[in-house]
Design a protein around this ligand. Structure first.
Ligand code: FNR
Length: 183
């Protein structure tokens, strides 16, 4: 059976490098994974006052979509050595109501992306800090700090054959991780 993977992209930018990397991972994924980007751009900012019997429709739709997924692939840029607010917001939205987090138990992996040399290390690890609290088994290795990303793409075309093998190994390891940990 194929496993449904929700891919969360932490950038809202139209020409986002992080989205391109997510797309490359999707293209390289083995047939056992059915991967789809789940959009976060229309989620209102999380406000606990909205947690009534009728939360915002966008919250409900997002939570239901995440619940349907067998696993999550987080792809994030780095903003000020952490995750962008839009990604933090999506994680917060999916984490409530208390005790009913949509994320609960979903295996996951983290890919950080940057045009800079450090590959979004800070964002990667700030994101990893949230995962035990959400009860999400996160693939420890291989780690993916995708630095110098601008040189890897010509438009949307992935032109870095050196990192293609790494992307392939990463997504294959993720598939194995999900097989082992999906509930
Ligand atoms: C950045 N950028 C950035 N890059 C980085 O490597 N470390 C950082 O801490 C930051 N901080 C930061 C803050 C803010 C507010 C912005 C807008 C940008 C640069 C960032 O990596 C670059 O804009 C990427 O292109 C963003 O990813 P996407 O949108 O291309 O996926």
């Amino acid at each position: 059976a194929t496993l449904n993977i929700a891919v969360i992209v932490g950038s809202l930018r139209k020409d986002s490098f992080t989205r391109k990397v997510a797309q490359s991972m999707i293209e390289l994924a083995p047939g056992s994974l059915d991967m789809e980007i789940v959009e976060i751009r229309d989620l209102p900012l999380y406000n606990q006052d909205d947690e009534t019997e009728h939360p915002p429709a966008a919250f409900t739709a997002f939570r239901e979509r995440i619940r349907r997924a067998d696993a999550i692939l987080f792809c994030t840029p780095e903003y000020n050595r952490s995750v962008p607010g839009a990604l933090k917001n999506a994680i917060d939205v999916g984490s409530r109501p208390y005790g009913k987090a949509a994320w609960q138990g979903k295996p996951c992996a983290v890919v950080s992306v940057s045009p800079g040399a450090l590959g979004g290390f800070g964002a990667n690890h700030h994101l990893r800090q949230m995962l035990p609290f959400l009860d999400m088994p996160c693939m420890p290795a291989p780690e993916a700090y995708v630095g110098g990303v601008a040189a890897k793409y010509d438009g949307n075309r992935f032109i870095d054959d050196g990192s293609r093998a790494f992307f392939q190994a990463f997504i294959d390891a993720f598939a194995a991780w999900v097989e082992r940990h999906a509930r």
